[in-house]
Design a protein around this ligand. Sequence first.
Ligand code: ADP
Ligand code: MG
Length: 250
Amino acid sequence: MSISIERLEENLRQLRLVETAKELANILKDAERKSLTYRELILKLTSYELQKRDEKNIARLLNWARFPYLKTLNEFDLSKQQSLTKRQLKELEELSWLEQMFNIILLGPPGAGKTHLAIGIGLEAIQKGFQVAFVTMGDLVYMLKNEEYVKSSQVRLKRIRKTDLLIIDDLMYMAMDQREANFLFHLINHLYEKSSIILTSNKSPEQWTELIGDEGITTAILDRLLHRVEVINLNNDSYRMKHRESIFNN
Ligand code: ADP
Ligand code: MG
């Protein structure tokens, strides 16, 4: 009995093996050419679907993360940032801190590589299947303040609240009023012991009090953030300054 390819494709589609359905003709042709055994063929079909699902999942996670640009940890040059050791970088990359829901605070002046590192770690986490969200402090405060009225803020905050890793870039870039600080506290409290947070800042936690204003709220925020945290101090060597383009020839 000859079985039409269309019928097989239809069955695969009903089983929601959509990618395999699309590729079935090629896979079968290849199997005939190579005289695959039944087992080899089944392995090939199922592996194909699984691989496609992985790829789609990573693409979706990347889309959700909203990184401002993509730079990997491999592209981070340790010889240009000597305050980070090879071992520290490896530990960041291995993500056991994320599984244990530790937070990371990356401190250092502008150009020290904070945002690059945070994105690199985020990409690594996505490769391992974690949900990641990247947001600047400014955007985060804006969204929290407007959540009630702005649909896009609602959607994004919903994701942020259930993410495995939240990257807040440039914390305390601007001074916050009490209402804003309150919103931030509620978010940090919600994520506490459920997710990891990476914060980048050019101000040290001691200086955060001045910027947040209200001492009670600052203490409450710091309490949660610093409970399980790794603080990494990047030094003054501004990569940006060294590699800036110049219109002068020295
Ligand atoms: P920060 O967030 O600390 O102000 P960035 O991470 O934005 O600094 O770094 C500024 C630019 O310099 C980015 O393009 C980044 O990729 C690059 N950069 C900084 N440090 C390094 C480094 N050690 N190796 C490679 N590129 C770096
Ligand atoms: Mg930055």
